[in-house]
Design a protein around this ligand. Structure first.
Ligand SMILES: [Zn+2]
Length: 492
């Protein structure tokens, strides 16, 4: 019944929104302070039920985002945060996002009714008048259903204004100017001890350069500010629980997230936000001082990567594609923890994959190479065979490393197994890259089956892309356009 009432309320707001978006001309200065309001809340539930409850609110730093594009019309992400003027009902600000909870609820455990709680934050400009803050979740039919509603009076004495911690190091790496018209990236260090602060500074500069030298970021480099922020950790590295490694680090990053060995995330959202608050930021990169292959990226939440693996630069750009531009994974054969990540029969909102429900209405029709067949034949069976052999071998290698590490094997034996694992990954990718180079479709923009964790029924725009296989390769045409579209949303 409560849910039904929410739906009725939401319907009313949808009507108000439509009117408001037409008349939306209020200037930033009339409605907002140039300051960030951080709303922290807990997100609890399983696959079928979700509950949101308030933690605390904070005033922290200037508003880093756009002052003219306050309403997010990209329609990306499984959740939307919105703020409405409490008196007029006018939509003043919104932002689409994904969350750790959103991934949790697609797992088998959540389907079995296991509940978990994740801490989340919404960052919006501090309003000058009372607002109604809401959270909505995307339903299977792609509509948004409200799950949480909170009245916020910006004059409320409960909104905290604590001074920031004084043990945080800030690095101005590639700062091109005023934060409002730029994308401000905070690279937050994890698993660097105080003695490794210089390594952190060098790593921030190295990855800032990696990003700003890769298109399409390269062609828009002055639209980005890159900051480094570090709260030194007690120990180096991060947790690798299935290998028996547990480290005391400032952000709590861990491999084995959602039981996937290479998936590295943190559940300690409050710790990340408290450190990142030292700089103006729109997006977060978490850089983990480690040499193992791994990372993760969740749209408008954060991405993670390790600093010293042979694939670190690739992982950094790939995961940022998820967390910044909401791009989908274009690979489909690696094991993942999700069930039905993209519901059948629905066109994914991500710009780089399509369900191709109508071959005459291709999502990137204007980018297609003339004369390309839709869908485009790319000798998929041959690729699948190569990949399957590799996945089996990779699984064996990872199991061997974990069993050596948890059974007290010698350092030399463990190191040799890790080196063998890295060599396997490198040699496999060399074989795949050579195969791509011989493939007659390699330069084409077409519609290639296999994407978004689905071998059939989802398609990508080019044979290869940095969102598909490993290596410092270009973004495909659909990804390139998706990234440019998002950068535009950060204007002025
Ligand atoms: Zn792509």
């Amino acid at each position: 019944m409560a849910r039904l009432n929410l739906r009725v309320l939401l319907l009313g707001l949808v009507v108000l929104n439509a009117a408001a978006s037409l008349s939306f001309a209020a200037s930033f200065e009339a409605d907002f302070h140039d300051e960030t309001l951080r709303i922290d809340y807990f997100h609890t539930g399983d696959a079928t039920e979700e509950i949101v409850s308030l933690d605390q609110m904070w005033r922290q730093g200037i508003w880093a985002g756009s002052r003219t594009r306050l309403v997010d019309d990209l329609d990306l992400g499984r959740y939307y945060a919105k703020a409405f003027d409490a008196d007029s009902g006018e939509l003043m600000w919104s932002r689409g996002f994904d969350s750790y909870y959103g991934e949790w609820k697609t797992t088998s455990k959540a389907a079995d009714g296991v509940r978990r709680t994740y801490h989340e934050s919404a960052l919006m400009p501090l309003p000058k008048r009372p607002v109604v803050f809401t959270l909505s979740v995307r339903e299977k039919d792609n509509s948004l259903a409200e799950i949480y509603r909170l009245a916020i009076d910006p004059a409320d004495w409960r909104i905290r204004r604590d001074a920031l911690a004084d043990d945080v190091i800030v690095v101005k790496s590639a700062v091109h100017g005023d934060s409002h018209p730029r994308v401000d990236i905070a690279i937050v260090g994890e698993g660097y001890t105080a003695a490794e602060a210089d390594k952190f500074r060098a790593d921030v500069d190295r990855f800032a350069a990696t990003m700003l030298n890769h298109d399409p970021y390269k062609s828009m480099a002055d639209r980005f500010n890159v900051w480094g922020v570090l709260k030194p950790s007690q120990e180096s590295g991060c947790d690798e629980p299935s290998r028996g490694v547990h480290r005391n680090t400032s952000l709590g990053c861990t491999f084995d997230s959602l039981d996937s060995e290479r998936y590295m995330l943190t559940e300690d959202n409050r710790a990340i936000r408290d450190v990142a608050a030292h700089v103006p930021y729109d997006v977060l990169y978490i850089m983990v001082n480690h040499e193992r292959y791994g990372g993760g990226g969740i749209y408008n939440l954060f991405c993670t990567f390790t600093s010293d693996n042979q694939w670190s630069e690739y992982v950094f750009l790939h995961e940022f594609g998820h967390s910044f531009a909401g791009l989908a994974d274009e690979y489909y054969s690696s094991s993942t923890a999700y069930n039905d990540f993209y519901p059948a029969g629905r066109e994914p909102n991500e710009r780089n994959i399509t369900a191709l429900s109508d071959p005459n209405q291709v999502k990137w029709a204007d980018l297609l190479t003339a004369g390309t067949n839709v869908p485009t034949d790319w000798v998929k069976a041959e690729y699948d065979r190569m990949d399957q052999e590799y996945q089996v071998e990779r699984g064996r290698t990872n199991e061997r490393i974990a069993s050596l590490m948890t059974s007290g094997a010698s350092e030399a034996e463990i190191e040799a197994a890790k080196v063998a694992g890295e060599e396997l990954s490198k040699s496999h990718q060399e074989v795949v890259d050579a195969w791509f180079a011989r493939n007659p479709t390699r330069e084409m923009v077409g519609v290639f089956e296999g994407a978004g964790y689905a071998s059939e029924g989802l398609y990508r725009s080019q044979l290869d892309c940095i969102m598909f296989t490993k290596g410092m390769k270009p973004f495909c045409a659909a990804c390139d356009r998706g990234i440019r579209e998002v950068v535009e949303r950060y204007g002025e």
